[in-house]
Design a binder for this molecule. Structure first.
Ligand code: FES
Length: 350
């Protein structure tokens, strides 16, 4: 954890042995195998495997780093190095809410040090530490990609900025929902902290997978966050809540359309674990789609016919049992006039 003032070695539970980690992580094996299928080498899945450990424990214990290293066939030292490098991996048990403040130059200039000092005073901890009640961990991090509205601050998955998402029951005071100068300030952060403390003081109604009793709504993966969908590319990001443990199958890749006259030949690559393939066609530039063909996963090709000058778009959607992958890239094709027939040589009479 960047800016951490605690030594992770002093915070490893003695009873959390590698054997215990292996037992607890056994349920993640299908997801690990799914990842392996996506990459040419197992080590490529290391970041996501470490992320699974954090999902399970709420942080990444040393023994879990060893498990991840063994799983991805890299040395323990390599996995330790990766965990050290990325500030999103927590190497010590964290509080129920993680407050991250960007200390990179752009935010430093915008006053991040003042905010950190304010939070350290109001929470009674130094950066890298957790409050005595176990509710908040304060950390310094590098760029959160909130530079434009800096100093960048995140509480759990919520970027604290000019327009906080609606919070549902127990909302922040209305006057704090808009920050006059567009940047997080001490008053706004105090409101968040008070809001979260109040929520925890209420009788908890929901318990997260890591045992936390959290007050707000489930995110796309069914886990509990502060009413945000997180990064759109994040695991499980989707328009509707998905069950805990859901992971999407591999999408069809390298879709290509080759046109010869009025014939369109579509080719792609799909995962060997795909159980169903649907090829879709759009005649209005991707606004609406209709099913064109359902070739078997082994085929990895389909055909279509287009009148001369007519255009269409195509995409392929892979399924793995009841799980649906995100659609492939969209390719366009336009019907061509038939290739001119080469004149046959006139017969010469002897
Ligand atoms: S530099 Fe602070 S969020 Fe980018």
């Amino acid at each position: 954890m960047s800016g951490c003032t605690v030594n992770p070695a002093e915070h490893q539970p003695k009873d959390l042995t590698l054997a215990v980690v292996v037992e607890r992580m056994a349920k993640y094996q299908p997801r690990v195998e799914e990842l392996w299928r996506r990459y040419p080498v197992k080590r490529a899945a290391l970041l996501q495997v470490l992320w699974m450990a954090q999902e399970e424990f709420g942080w990444v214990p040393r023994e879990a780093i060893k498990w991840a290293a063994d799983t991805c066939v890299v040395s323990h030292a390599h996995a330790f190095g990766v965990t050290e490098f990325y500030t999103m991996y927590r190497q010590v048990p964290a509080g129920k809410h993680l407050i991250q403040v960007c200390q990179t130059m752009c935010c430093y200039i915008q006053g991040s040090e003042n905010l950190i000092e304010h939070l350290e005073k109001s929470l009674g901890v130094h950066s890298g530490q957790t409050t005595k009640d176990g509710l908040f961990t304060l950390v310094r991090v590098e760029c959160l990609a909130l530079c434009g509205t800096g100093p960048g601050v995140m509480i759990d998955d919520q970027a604290i900025g000019p327009k906080p998402h609606a919070l549902g029951e127990g909302q922040l005071a209305e006057e704090h929902l808009s920050v006059p100068d567009f940047h997080p300030n001490a008053a706004l952060l105090d409101s968040w902290i008070k809001f979260l403390r109040d929520e925890h003081a209420k009788k908890p109604t929901t318990t997260g997978s890591n045992g936390w009793a959290l007050p707000t709504t489930p995110n796309a993966t069914g886990r509990l966050v502060l009413n945000t969908k997180g990064h759109p590319g994040a695991f499980g990001a989707a328009a509707k809540p998905l069950p805990v443990g859901y992971y999407p199958p591999a999408p069809a890749l390298k879709l290509a359309a080759n046109v010869a006259g009025d014939k369109v030949a579509l080719t792609w690559i799909n995962d060997s674990g795909s159980t169903k393939i649907i090829v879709e066609r759009s005649d209005d530039n991707g606004s609406t789609w209709r099913e064109l063909a359902t070739p078997t996963p082994k085929d990895q090709k389909a055909g279509d016919t287009l009148a001369v000058g007519a255009s269409a778009q195509y995409r392929v959607i892979a399924h793995e049992k009841d799980r649906i992958a995100r659609p492939s890239v969209v390719v366009s094709a336009t019907g061509q006039p038939p290739a001119p027939v080469a004149p046959t040589a006139a017969k010469v009479s002897p």
